[in-house]
Write a new protein. Structure first.
Length: 144
């Protein structure tokens, strides 16, 4: 080469020299670029993650509301069944009241008959006792 051919050293040529002669600087540069892309991706991912989490929480809320509505419907059905059971017990109660009333009427009629019969028997016993007493007195006085 000739002595006059000088290479001007500027910033760009210095960067090329450093990059070519020191290969580790290219490695670090690529690594830093890769890290920056990953950080950018994570930041974007966090935004997407937050959106995804919000969407999932909304889905959970909707699921809870659906479950609540379903439980409300089932409780309404159970309430209707209890109402039917209540009506059935009311019917049974009315039938029992009717049967008890009939039994009371029969017992009262039987008690009235027993009282009447007791009065008749008591009257007969008193009349018989009076006749027996009169006969005894007549026998004592010598009438017979």
């Amino acid at each position: 080469m000739s002595e006059n051919s000088e290479i001007p050293i500027n910033e760009k040529s210095l960067e090329v020299l450093v990059a070519k002669f020191i290969p580790t600087s290219q490695y670090f540069e690529r690594s830093f670029d890769s890290l920056q892309r990953q950080i950018d991706g994570l930041q974007q991912g966090q935004i997407d993650l937050k959106h995804d989490m919000d969407r999932r929480f909304e889905q959970v809320r909707e699921t809870q509301l659906e479950m609540k509505r379903d439980m409300d419907k089932r409780f309404e059905q159970v309430d209707k069944r209890f109402e039917q059971v209540d009506k059935r017990f009311e019917q049974i109660n009315n039938k029992l009241d009717t049967i008890i009333d009939k039994v009371d009427i029969k017992i009262d009629a039987g008690l009235r008959e027993n009282r009447a019969m007791s009065f008749k028997l008591f009257s007969f016993a008193m009349v018989f006792s009076a006749i027996s007493m009169a006969g005894f007195l007549a026998k004592l006085s010598g009438l017979f």
